[in-house]
Design a protein around this ligand. Structure first.
Ligand code: DX5
Ligand code: ZN
Length: 220
């Protein structure tokens, strides 16, 4: 059986101690490191770019999952690939020709992921179903960590799980936003197998390792 993936989102980390915190995630059994790239246009917040991915790459061998909340992602795919990204996830809302964007990502040697905003219907992913290595359901409105999980996204996760299974696709089905020890179970039951989490890991009062352990326990 495929394992479950836990991907800490470093948007919630303490940037003055980023290397240490990534090492803590790794020691606690994190599977991937999730990097939230925001451009101040597609979303009303501005975060990190390729140099940050490069810094992560120098400090860990874990796969780096790069979530591109940016307009015209095509312009930056190469820079992120060169910086050491393992997976590049684009928003369907920003890609007029999704198959060609995914093809470009693969030609750069990365895994290709696609995501969609909460209000974007699941069927917009159809052109990607046979090509994407990963589909990401945003379970909050993108832009900020620390928001509450949108329960109405559960049926979207289930719908996409159904389409993936029908297509016999081995793609990961990832969820991102408001994932806690409570909501992780709802997402898993709906068919998700990769879980991004920021605040529940980095802001756990007992530390990163406890945050990850409490999530993992719900996936046993
Ligand atoms: C939202 C980001 C998420 C977010 C996760 O735009 O894509 O990755 O930082 O953080 P939490 O788990 O705190 O919602
Ligand atoms: Zn994200």
């Amino acid at each position: 059986m495929k394992p479950y993936i836990i991907a800490p989102s470093i948007l919630s980390s303490d940037f003055t101690r980023l290397g240490e915190q990534i090492a803590e995630c790794e020691a606690a059994g994190a599977d991937w490191i999730h990097v939230d790239v925001m451009d101040g246009h597609f979303v009303p917040n501005l975060t990190m770019g390729p140099v940050l991915v490069q810094a992560c790459r120098r400090t860990t061998d874990l796969p780096i999952d790069v979530h591109l909340m940016i307009e015209n992602p095509e312009n930056l795919l190469e820079a992120f690939a060169r910086a050491g990204a393992s997976t590049l996830i684009v928003h369907v809302e920003t890609c007029p020709d999704l198959p060609s964007t995914l093809k470009k990502i693969k030609s750069l040697g990365c895994k290709a992921g696609v995501t969609l905003n909460p209000e974007t219907p699941a069927n917009t992913l159809e052109p990607a179903l046979n090509m994407a290595d990963q589909l990401l359901v945003l379970t909050v409105h993108p832009g900020f960590s620390g928001q509450s999980f949108l329960p109405e996204m559960i049926s979207k996760v289930a719908e996409i799980r159904h389409s993936l299974d029908k297509n016999e696709s081995p793609a990961w089905l990832e969820v991102d936003g408001g994932i806690s020890p409570v909501t992780i179970s709802l997402a898993r039951e709906a068919g998700a197998d990769a879980f991004v989490s920021g605040s529940a890991i980095f802001h756990h009062p007992e530390g990163i390792a406890t945050g990850i352990r409490l999530l993992r326990e719900k996936l046993q």
